[in-house]
Design a protein around this ligand. Structure first.
Ligand code: ADP
Length: 270
């Protein structure tokens, strides 16, 4: 069991009476530690591509009279810059999600539209790898929340499925509405995730294989964004995976209630 941290303050309210205040600091400390780790990790993650860019720039300067070398190093600079920009984008996204009320004013969201948009945005990368994206099982499900954040979450899952799959494989995206829960499952037949890493992939900056993830342009933030979006919607995200056979990520969200789906009916009784 963890240690309970309590801050105690004592106030003497009269000659014979003391008032004791006790405040549980465990949670506050934990959050503070998470925030501190995040800043340390961000600094580290940002320094890597910036360091690489600096080195590459120096190399280009030294190789100024060798056009082939200049072109090669310039290409590597471009890919480092792309990575850096994805990283900054995701850090901004995640910071935004960590601010209370990131959801804004929630509204009724059409899950089919979310999936269609996410798949559409992932299509370019998938086409590049000849990966077939197959969407199935739509039923007009609706949730209550934020359309754009849900698109980001589903897109992150589809992007990962494509990134960690072989060329010319299949990725399935299925939606079903089951007992008040809307499930969006993204199924791939890619490299899979070892059992020991499955719990950790949702942590910020966690990557099963940093070297490989770097090749795919990964930042290690995608799944923690998905986790935040799920939690903000009162849902969760889980993974099933078998190395060598593939992974299935399932985003579960509470279906919109009848009142949320038809507010007018309750707001204006006859
Ligand atoms: P990244 O930007 O590195 O993909 P994520 O947070 O999206 O970061 O994922 C964390 C790690 O989980 C990845 O680096 C990868 O090792 C693993 N992972 C995520 N999705 C999949 C998948 N569909 N198949 C295999 N491994 C995956």
């Amino acid at each position: 069991p963890g240690v309970l941290l309590v801050q105690v303050r004592v106030a003497q309210v009269s000659a014979r009476h003391l008032v004791v205040f006790a405040e549980d600091l465990t949670q506050a400390r934990r959050l503070e530690a998470i925030r501190r780790d995040f800043v340390v990790n961000i600094s580290h993650e940002l320094k890597t591509p910036v360091g690489a860019l600096t080195l590459l720039a120096e190399t280009v300067e030294d190789a100024a009279d060798d056009p082939t070398a200049v072109r090669r190093f310039a290409g590597r600079m471009r890919s480092e810059a792309t990575r850096l920009s994805a990283l900054v984008q995701e850090i901004i996204e995640l910071s935004r999600l960590q601010v209370a009320g990131a959801l804004g004013e929630p509204s009724l969201v059409d899950v089919d539209a979310v999936v269609a948009e996410a798949v559409d945005r992932a299509r370019t990368t998938a086409d590049g790898k000849h990966v077939r994206l197959e969407v199935g099982g739509q039923q007009g499900a609706r949730v209550f929340g934020n359309h754009d954040l849900l698109v980001t979450a589903v897109r992150n899952l589809v992007d990962n499925a494509v990134a960690y799959s072989a060329e010319a494989s299949h990725v399935g995206i299925g939606v079903r509405d089951k007992a008040g829960l809307v499930e969006i499952a993204v199924v791939d037949e890619g490299i899979g995730i070892p059992a020991a890493d499955q719990e950790r992939v949702f942590e910020r900056f966690y990557r099963v294989d940093p070297a490989r993830s770097r090749d795919t342009g990964g930042t290690g933030l995608g799944l923690s964004i998905v986790k935040h979006v799920a939690a903000d919607h009162g849902g969760d995200v889980t993974v099933w995976s078998e190395p060598g056979r593939g992974s299935t990520f399932t985003l579960r969200l509470p279906a919109a209630s009848r009142e949320q789906a038809a507010p007018a009916a309750t707001a204006t009784p006859p």
